[in-house]
Design a protein around this ligand. Sequence first.
Ligand SMILES: N[C@@H](CCC(=O)N[C@@H](CS)C(=O)NCC(=O)O)C(=O)O
Length: 349
Amino acid sequence: MTSRASLIEMTAAARAAVADPARITLVGSSPEPRFELFHAASSLCSQKVRTVLHEKALAYRSNDMRILGAMGSEGLVPAEHYDPAYIRLRLVAGRTLKRDYVSGYSGRTSVESEGFDPCVVPLLVDREAGRVIADSQRICVYLDEVSREPAQLLPDAPDARAEVMRQVGIVDRIPNGALLYGFHPDADLRPDALKEAMRTVYDYKLMALQRLIDDNADDPELVAAYRAKIAKESGGKKVCQDPEFQRAARLQTAQLLADLERDLAAGTFGFSNGRAFSLADVLWGVNLVRLNYLGLASMWDALPHVTHYFELLAKRPSLCREAIRASLDSMPPSRWMEAVANCQAEALA
Ligand SMILES: N[C@@H](CCC(=O)N[C@@H](CS)C(=O)NCC(=O)O)C(=O)O
């Protein structure tokens, strides 16, 4: 059990991993907000959490971490979310999940199916409750529990709630890692600058992690965490150019979109069906924006309900800011985003 005081201390230590103080900001008007978020502007899972915080108009301290390593004049600069102080804080959250560490690579990032990855964002600290929570899905559900106003994202009615949670589970299983990092053999429509970054990403990750193991050899908890991450990322490196693996990830995504079309047509959920805006809409919204960024929006050309759903989602102010604008501002330019950049202006006007 970590005391509240030591959690606050660990949070401050993790915050120090953010090299540029300009990336530590207050969102909202509170000088001492209850929540503190470790995240990255470009990260899909972080965008989900920030969209929920936006929907709920919650104030928070934002620690926008650099999650890609870079080669500088002094050698490799490791990603900030690999910093020992941040990992220690994440391990506090990990203990409450009661899951094994991730041990391989599937292209998915779900804790449910893959285990706990100790070296990722986002992470939420609730200073008032003295709690730290890992995993975007869990963070979103937690925020909905502790803050019901002005928007409740999980319905009270058991059937509606079960359907929203079913959709949440489906989005969690989209192989987002494979789609972002992988080189598709037939139609790789990702922006060229992104592809370029992805050519070295695994080598930089593995190099940084090995160095962190060497530097922290006397700390078995940290070493175990970094080893788990190496197991995952070396698996990713093996399949990022594997045609069959990449085709399978695309096929799986196509099937999940076909299921989404069926569910939207049946009206089982979705604010496009006149239901209250829910956590399922947040998560689908962020994920569809990401698929669009990667040049994959043609996957729903023949799915009219998904097409309409995406058009509406792109106009939602929270999604415009936290998914569309955040991607435009933090990721290499993508010509596929032109289609939604207007929606953003409309929603924010
Ligand atoms: N299931 C986790 C997955 C977290 C995750 O994979 N985060 C990605 C960004 S969306 C990350 O930190 N990637 C950097 C890395 O793996 O080094 C969640 O939803 O929070």
